[in-house]
Design a protein. Sequence first.
Lengths: 968, 431
Amino acid sequence: MFFLLFQALGQETFPVNGVHDNREVYHAFTNAKIHLSPTETIDSGTLLIQDGRVVSVLAVGTLPGGSVVHDCEGLTIYPSFIDPDAIVEKAEKKKKGKKEDPQTFGASSWNSAIHPERGYKLKAPIPRKLQEDWLAIGYGLLNIHNRDGIMRGTSALIVLGENQPNLAIIKEGVTNHFSFNKGSSKTDYPTSHVGAIALIRQTLYDAQWYGRTSRRKEFNASLEALQTIDSRTTIIQLNHPLSIRNTNEISNEFELPFVLRGTGKEYLVREELNPTGQIIAPLSFPVPYSIEDPFEARMTGLDQLKHWELAPFNMKLLIEAQAEVSLTRDTSKAKEVIQNLTRISNTGVSHSNLLAALTINPARILGLENEISTLHSGKRANFFLSKEELGSESFEVLEHWTNGVQAFKKTITPDQLIGRYNLVIEEKEYAVTILKVSENGIEAEIKSDVSEQKLKTTVKVERELLTVNIWSSDPAILVYSLSGKLSFNQSVWDGRGQNAKGKWISWAAIRDRKYEPQAENEKATKDTLSVPKISFPNCAYGWDSLDENTTFLITNAIVWTCADTGRLKNTDVYVVDGKIKSIGSGQLFPSDVKRIDARGRHLTPGIIDEHSHIGLRGGVNEWGQSSSAEVRMGDALDPWNVNIYRQLAGGVTTAQLLHGSANPIGGQSALVKYKWGRSATEMLIDEAPGFIKFALGENVKRSNRKEDGGRFPLTRMGVEQVFADAFTRAREYDPNERVDLDLEAVQEILDSSRFVTCHSYVQSEILMLMDVADQFDFRVNTFTHILEGYKIAPLLAEHGAGGSTFSDWWAYKYEVNDAIPYNAAIMTKAGVNVGINSDDAEMGRRLNQEAAKAVKYGGLSEEEAMKLVTINPAKMLHLDDQIGSIEVGKDADLVLWSDHPLSVYSKAEKTFIEGVKYFDIKDQAELETQISRERSRIIALMNSAKGKKVTAKSSNPKLYHCDSLEDE
Amino acid sequence: MSNLGSISAVLFFVLAVNVSIAQQEKSTLIRYATVHVGNGEVIDNAYVVFHGSEISRVSDANKSRINPSDYDTIIDADGKHLYPGFILMDSRIGLIEIDQVKATHDFRETGKFLPNVRALPAFNAESKILRTIRSNGVLMAQIAPNGAVISGTSSLMKLDGDNWQESVFQGDEGIFLEWPSRARMTGWWAEPGKSKENKKYEDQVSEIIQFFAEAKADQALDGHVHANLRFESMADLFNGDQRLYVRVDHAKDILDAVQFFRESGVQNMVIVGGAEADLVINELKENDIPVIIDRVHKLPIHTDDPIEKPYRIAGVLQKAGIKIAFATSGSMETMIGRNLPFQVGTAIYHGLPYEQAIRALSLSPAEIMGVSETIGSIEPGKVATFFLCEGDPLDIRTNQIEAAYIMGKPIDLSNHQSRLAEKFMKKHGVD
């Protein structure tokens, strides 16, 4: 099956042991259908090659003397497929063990996930079996890199079929490879997705500095390598479709175009793709889940079910979004590649687009379109002969030629044997039916008109030779033992054999043309499949379409303005274009305005959660260093997290999504509105002020971890010094030297262009940070948690710090021993601007109840209590000119409650953000029915799908608290 | 806060008299309160009389006459509400003080089958958390170990007393079993990861069945050479004096647990958790199995579930005729015990009728634990464990408990938190 006929040829620089053997003959492939390129096809022509290159492709013409002629009647010739990101080795996983000392891995980056200087080295030929596996499905050229680390290094392009590295490698250093996954790196940093982004950015800034400065002391091979990054394409491996936002931003920041290596779900973010951008899509699709049991089916989320159905449409949708798509085999098996190409084709992707995705598009990524990818004169002679067209179910590679020599030939396609054969032996007739051909062998049955006996048969095929044994029902009796050959396109078998008595006889069998095998699958209809519904977001509770109406009138509500006007009865609130236009009663409004009768109901501003970690992915703690001011939580925003919808159902419209509390200087916050169904970019509040998380106490000193790991600080003494050091260095920081993203963010605090939200518990540490702030002349904007704030409330008020606290949490760690539920009320009464926050996905959806606790504990008035979750946090977030109260001109972020909003018996019935309704209790029953119906529909499809299935996995989103350390 | 000190202080003075025999016990009349009996009924204007620790009379003031001079103490409660002391199930009160300080943990023993391990002697009656819980109307709590396969033995405690012997109401009333799950959850409470198929499920279930079969057989064994403390401690499960509490959530796992129960010889089983109990209602009803809802304030276990399913399930089960009670288990479970009334209040909007909610906080848990003869409702012959509230104790704003009695003894409703608040309000000159 596998030929390496001329492997010694062509290594021109090598001494020859023996007589030289230069072969200059032509090979002519005649009468073939030839796809010269995705857009050029010759229905019947000749491909002429010589010395590893294409000489010509002609419809008619005379062959030169010295041609070996291959008659390709009925066959199709394609240029070899190119995998721009072939996986031939398993990815490195992080191994447990001792930490790496940055000093020990040579003159390169301090971070062992950064090694752009490493090239892929083909040290030994790829094992034959593996090569054959690729060649047999059309792949002749593989672009391979070391799949490890964040800046992984460069690739090498390998042609299959060659056995010597010198011949197998077409080029080294073809493409650069980046990812967001640190792989086997044992450097602590980064521990999160946001950290990986920061590391890429900082490294690229370092490279700019390295190339520019005249005063550098170090030689750094990594930064050196990045000086020439522009000379080749950079392929970045996405860890999540939402990371496209990150790659776009990095790309713009550094004018560094990326080719995206997708996850297969990029159809969900196709509007964020760079128009005309290049993307490599995987040919692997999810395997159906095994969910026959309705209880067990509940473990699989609708998002997973929908993706199973939508995965084949990825390429079609990307092409519609103007992307130039290449396909990579990813980790799929050979059989799956052919099946999935068919499934893609059935979605309506044209043959030419499909071929382009396998040939010229990847070649363009590699910058080698003049050398490979088509069969134009002068290009490398890499091509294969196939039965049927690409995209057909029976597409099959029969021969594969690379560098002008035959590298693969399929001898027999056993499944072509399926059918009925009329077998004649000793003038008796039998009907042999080949039922199934698989890796386990051939399944056959035999019937005889003459014999009463029930017979059995075994059939074995080896290349084009055939062995047939016929047994009686008594397995000890071998009736006939036959050996023969296949001929005439396998439709005729004939040969010699022995009967039970040992007598030699002749036999023959002819295929019964009338017999039709029972179809295992219903034949895929040739009609193009229509794209299943994609909702916003594409999971449970996603919208079919987004509500765009932003003008309406709420009448007769009890309005909690959370402003000086207090609580107003029987009041109309008029919203125009998402802003509050008027508040009052007895006014006249346009007769055609949409009205919401709110008689007996309460209207409040949207609830603002000053402290949350929902809707973030890839970890909320970049704890690898004591300061991670450079990381931006906005980079990890996950608008598809169902907890966003759940918060809306609790009336929450705005939140600060914070970095965790594992280090004294955490990361930059994301200020978002929970616009469920919109993109991450649309959820982020435009021009929101910058915020950063600080943390004090037990978490940052690693008190509650089994091992402290030795990271400074381990005490509250050390915590103070982290701040003193950071602010001292930030004061001295000059961005004109080397850009330092960490110090840049800290300097913004000193410039009062970035505000601090500081995780804090005991009074000593709160006093310490205010002291540091005074020394460095800035103000701590907010202390969050601040459970001992009541002890020093007047000092907080004097400093001007806000306090965003829990209503009644305590007893979870030593430092909350003196936490009391009266905290919010006492701080408020002492003049502090106080908020109540969640830090918890469940509590976040009933912050109204949490606010009510300040009435119970400490006796705040109901209006003051409501402010704890509306205007007060708005002030902390410096957004009080837009949100937090019901006042004319502000955003129409509103919640209509069934009852008194501080009551446990009250329920948010409608939640609006900027006038758009994102939650309506009236929709719930219908949504729940829709979810069930859609789940059942897809599960039925899955259960009818053939093949291997996998056990379902729950798709619950991760929940993060301040303490959460691990990412996925 | 300021309004709760006076009345209880006076009462404390009046009643802090040593009474030894019933005839000499002082009597107290609470009149004109709206009494939420605990059995689903309400008496709008009632007389409630108790002698010592026992309720002697509950009657409708509109229909009966009473001579006030017959009583040592009279409390006028016009416009106020009297509720039976709420009972928190499956709690770790007194078994832990600080979640992240291991030295304070006394609720999870090492080993696998630990029916003989008892929560009772580990109970710290002086827990600071305990006092913050009873201030909100939760006057009784079941304390239960967790972890292992059989976690250990639970007890019903009064949230009053200076040591566990004073605090115990019903010792060793049940045994807790952690049913394995087909889907093994990864991560920890704050970060539930993806679920993984539990490949050991069948083995784990077999091991439980085997253990119970041997425990049952052991009861009938004629004389032991070596006593087996584990099996000995399970005797009451098989004679009906103890309940088997089974922690289980997923529908299919619940079905397995019910199947196990039917064949185990155990007389009473209670589901604890039961996140998907609504899917197997018939099986629970047929086998008369109550459900302790582990927590109302929690997220659905599946992304696609109705977003407020944990708020709804109490109403669904109650309407289906399943007996329910409540716990606050899960993250920060112990301190959150004080929010039990509000968690149950949240279930009311989502379909649980109000008086049935009160029942699930009083008479139903008493019935589940087999002590409804003496506690769980405000009825003659039962202990005087109840509280007086200005408003509705299930709603946060109106949960202002004025006085509470445990076995007829008025209890101090202040706690270290209210004292800290007083201290610093005074310091800062605010009120």
